[in-house]
Write a protein that binds this ligand. Structure first.
Ligand code: B12
Ligand code: SF4
Length: 463
């Protein structure tokens, strides 16, 4: 069969595409499970010509992935696919499709994939290729003859990550030079674990994995790193360094193999404080940046989102990383309920801690989270394009223009000296520095946020 896997585009207005546009690892991973079929990946962030892809490749199946802000784009792509040929089998998967599959109970959708894709995708492709019924495919919701959607059984048990085939990075090779994570371009994403043992109320990760966690054994991680062509790797695990024995072994193996690369990773502050020696070890093998979920400068917000961490631990982690010369990409949450003083306090904290790379996001009840269930009745909109964590979908205490002025101002960098210090220290190139500055300038322009605001941009209606 010919299978076209699609990464939807979402690069209009202010958005995360300014800060990161990594490879569609999810598609490369499901592609790897069907080696007997002809597969192509169309990354519509970089190539929007769906029509040409359909005409030249003539796929029999089109599969698309989706996060919450991408829902309408994914729906439209599948609509275009069916208009091109109603014979093409269409399937959608990913976080939003898993957490709210009913958003895809549409005529142009033949099936919705729930949860991790590897096992179910293989079985789905087999069933479609053999023109068998879809009843036996686990984790699938599919459209029956009468248009109603039928839910199959959900498979229990975990995927053996040690036996996963290597992601099909060859399918995105032509896009590789465009993939980046913050200042690192080109970049390769590597995922070495799934799920999270914590229960932050704004996060859908533990909901998606239904509370389970799963780790890839060190040998398999090393085998994958050995295949990577770029100088820089981002570990996209939610909490790297949380499984310290495993991560200790991985660092040892990287060193023993003499692999020289630069690594970025996402960590919890308590993991760093518990095992500072692991930071030392990883710095020795190439760790240079950490995305740190700091969330706030006060315990109030950490407690309210059930982060199971406190500011004291955060401060100790910041010190450990800075003592090791590791760049901190600090992720902070802004509550729509904030006053001007709250914004001021966060700005002061970031300044005091000398955090050069920042990510500020607005507390957003994402579908599937506890926060969504708790605050559903307060939502100002159900328009998913506003659920990108850069727009307030809950009421703000401040007038909304003022709220965005303060929010955008968090990104305003009057002093770019620290970036030049990083260039001097060889941790960033001038090119990356310029790209970062352009991104910050865009993020600091408050009027850009109003366009997609539920109230100011007129997006309060339910879709
Ligand atoms: C890397 C990452 C990003 C990257 C790239 C995202 C991307 N589209 O590739 C960047 C930085 C750009 C990003 C941006 C955002 N992200 Co993000 N991101 C992640 C992160 C940390 C890892 C994703 C990853 O690569 N995982 C590894 C791959 C292999 O797993 P996977 O993507 O889940 O894919 C598996 C299954 O989902 C499934 N699958 C996926 N697609 C398909 C399709 C088919 C057909 C099938 C069969 C199966 C299938 O099979 C795959 C293999 O098992 C996750 C957290 C997490 N643990 O997942 C958050 C996460 C996905 N992001 C999230 C959010 C909220 C966002 C943002 C909205 C805002 C923000 N604050 O980050 C933006 C939105 C961007 C957009 N375009 O819409 C949420 C998603 C919530 C939701 N309901 O959609 C997550 C879960 C984090 C969280 N805390 O809740 N993100
Ligand atoms: S925010 Fe991070 S620590 Fe909290 S539940 Fe999500 S992945 Fe786990």
């Amino acid at each position: 069969m010919r299978l076209l896997l699609v990464q939807p585009n979402l690069s209009e207005g202010i958005g995360f595409h300014l800060a990161a546009s990594p490879e569609p690892l999810h598609l490369e991973m499901i592609a790897a499970t069907v080696p007997e079929h002809e597969v192509r990946i169309l990354d519509m962030r970089l190539d929007r010509d769906l029509e040409s892809a359909l005409t030249s490749f003539q796929p029999q199946m089109v599969a698309i992935t989706t996060l919450t802000p991408e829902v309408y784009t994914a729906q439209n792509v599948l609509q275009q696919v069916k208009e091109f040929s109603s014979e093409i089998f269409t399937v959608v998967g990913g976080h939003h499709a898993t957490l709210l599959p009913q958003d895809f109970f549409l005529p142009q959708v033949d099936a919705v994939a729930i949860g991790e894709g590897e096992i179910m995708f293989q079985e789905l492709v087999r069933a479609v290729a053999d023109r068998r019924g879809l009843e036996g495919v686990p984790n699938l919701v599919w459209q029956g003859g009468d248009g109603a959607f039928i839910r199959n059984h959900r498979a229990e048990g975990r995927i053996d990550l040690g036996r996963l085939p290597m992601p099909r990075r060859d399918l995105t090779e032509s896009y590789r030079n465009e993939y980046f994570f913050l200042f690192d371009k080109p970049d390769t994403s590597v995922a070495t674990s799934r799920g999270c043992p914590f229960r932050c109320n704004f996060c859908s990760v533990h909901e998606f994995y239904r509370g389970a966690t799963n780790q890839m054994p060190p040998q398999r991680v090393l085998a994958e790193i050995s295949t990577v062509s770029t100088d820089h790797i981002t570990f996209v695990d939610d909490n790297f360094l949380v499984n310290h024995d495993r991560e200790n072994t991985i660092a040892d193996m990287i060193k023993a193999e003499g692999i020289r690369k630069r690594y970025s990773m996402e960590c919890r502050t308590d993991s760093i404080v518990r095992h500072p020696e692991l930071v030392t070890k990883w710095v020795d093998v190439g760790l240079y940046a950490v995305l740190l979920g700091l969330e706030g400068g006060s315990d109030k917000i950490l407690k309210s989102v059930k982060k199971s961490a406190n500011v004291d631990t955060n401060n100790r982690a910041i010190k450990i990383l800075q003592d090791h010369g590791v760049i901190i990409w600090g992720a902070f949450l802004v509550d729509p309920d904030w006053t001007a003083d709250d914004f001021e306090r966060l700005r002061d904290y970031v300044h005091e801690k000398k955090i050069t790379h920042t990510q500020f996001t607005i507390l957003t009840p994402l579908p599937g989270t506890q926060l969504y269930r708790d605050r559903y009745h307060e939502l100002l909109t159900r328009d998913y394009s506003c659920f990108d964590t850069l727009h307030a979908v809950l009421p703000t205490r401040l007038p909304r223009e003022e709220f965005y002025r303060h929010f955008a101002n968090l990104y305003h960098q009057s002093d770019i000296g620290p970036y030049y210090d990083l260039v001097q220290a060889g941790k960033m190139t001038i090119q990356n520095c310029k790209q970062g500055k352009a991104m910050l300038d865009a993020a600091a322009d408050w009027e850009r946020y109003t366009e997609k605001d539920p109230i100011l941009g007129g997006r309060s209606s339910c879709r």
